[in-house]
Design a protein around this ligand. Structure first.
Ligand code: PLP
Length: 385
């Protein structure tokens, strides 16, 4: 059975070109880039190239890129590194719908005496900007607000938030793990100070991330040890991961608009046809400001997990919440923050596409989903018969 993969916000397939590029760095070119000999030195040259490619994707300087172990480490480093660099400031502002890579850190810090403010969202998942504006003050060490939400795809006004923070002399970090490769990013013309990304969300391997640190931003290193990454992140480099991410960044820049428009066309078709053929469905999240690849749909009266199991029988992979929260039957914290009614939150499915999806796959899903929904509703105790 063919796999139809609509779970690209959880992770993505490693691009063939990336695999080809990194293979030698597991075998014949296994040197340590910190070594003095030519064998290691040639690896160092490739790392430099990868740094330049990632910088080109984000439109920033290569020196502003720090390679990390994953998106989670980048988020942790941004927050902890800023707090450690500004010990006199004890307030952190974030949103209620962040990924656990940010929220868990903030809540842990709260238990250590920091003041943590979680800004809410409206029923479409849009950030309460006025509440944020009222909170950013000279006690605030860092504002950490994601660029795009992993569950709904809703995009936040990060440039506006960055300007607000800049004017109040507060560091602004954005978790752009879901935005990079899907939205145009230009850090040269932006007031964003810190930005996280993750390789495995853009067709590079798992276990490689980046923290962008604007030149001049004060940040205390989080992982201590050797002098790698200019003394800003210790640990022998994940050479294949870094080189793979460099290649993935190059691929993401290729036909950027065309590819994202095609993905958006497929997402829109999938969504439109599902809504047309399944009654009592709703899209979760602001459809105006949304990633081109993500659709979060609630199917009333039935469990998302039941839909997933039946989709799985046809080889269709989707998700009923973020990868980290699935496995528990608690409704997603994102949908709860949006005030999505309990029954709709329980019946929510996230479809997230990539440039490797085809129209045939979307057509196949459009054919299979309505009978699955009808069948489950026939069995549902919540539907009057
Ligand atoms: N931030 C967001 C918005 C995410 O979606 C994810 C992963 O799902 C992460 C952070 C964590 O990234 P990683 O899996 O590389 O640790």
């Amino acid at each position: 059975m063919k796999t139809i993969y609509f779970d690209n916000n959880a992770t993505t397939k490693v691009a063939e070109e990336v695999l080809e590029e990194i293979r030698p760095y597991f075998s014949e070119l296994y040197g340590n880039p910190s070594s003095m000999h030519t064998f290691g030195g040639q690896v160092g040259i490739k790392i430099r190239e990868a740094r330049e490619n990632v910088a080109a994707l984000l439109k920033c300087l290569p020196d502003e890129i720090i390679f990390t172990g994953c998106g989670t480490e980048s988020d942790n480093t941004a927050i902890m590194g800023t707090l450690n660099a500004k010990p006199q400031r004890r307030k952190i502002i974030t949103s209620r719908v962040e990924h656990p890579a940010v929220l868990t850190v903030c809540r842990e810090l709260e238990s250590h005496g920091y003041t943590v403010i979680e800004i809410g969202v409206d029923s479409s998942g849009r950030l309460d900007f006025d509440a944020l504006e009222n909170q950013v003050d000279d006690e605030t060490a860092i504002v950490s607000i994601m660029w795009a939400n992993n569950e709904t795809g809703v995009v936040f006004p990060v440039e506006r938030i960055a300007e607000l923070c800049k004017n109040r002399d507060v560091v602004f970090h954005t978790d752009a793990v879901q935005a990079v490769g899907k939205l145009a990013i230009n850090l040269k013309d932006s007031a964003i100070d810190l930005l996280s990304l993750s390789g495995h969300k853009l067709h590079a391997p798992k276990g490689i991330g980046v923290l962008y640190v604007r030149k001049g931003t004060r940040l205390t290193p989080f992982v201590l040890g050797g002098h790698q990454e200019g003394g800003r992140r210790a640990g022998t480099e994940n050479v294949p991961g870094i080189i793979g991410l460099g290649k993935a960044a190059e691929l993401a820049m290729r036909n950027f608009d065309e590819e994202n428009n095609r993905v958006k066309y497929l997402r829109d078709k999938l969504e439109r046809e599902i809504l047309k053929s399944c009654p009592d469905c709703r899209i979760n999240g602001d459809t105006e400001n949304r990633l081109p690849n993500t659709s979060n749909i609630s199917f009333e009266y039935i469990e998302g997990e039941a839909i997933l199991l039946m989709l799985d029988k046809f080889g269709i992979c989707a998700s009923s919440g973020s990868a980290c929260t699935s496995g528990s039957l608690e409704p997603s914290h994102v949908l709860r923050a949006m005030g999505v009614p309990f029954t709709a939150a329980h019946g929510s499915i996230r479809f997230s596409l990539s440039r490797y999806n085809t129209e045939e796959e979307v057509d196949f899903a459009i054919e299979k989903i309505p009978p699955i929904v009808n069948r489950l509703r026939e069995l549902s105790p919540f539907v009057e018969k």
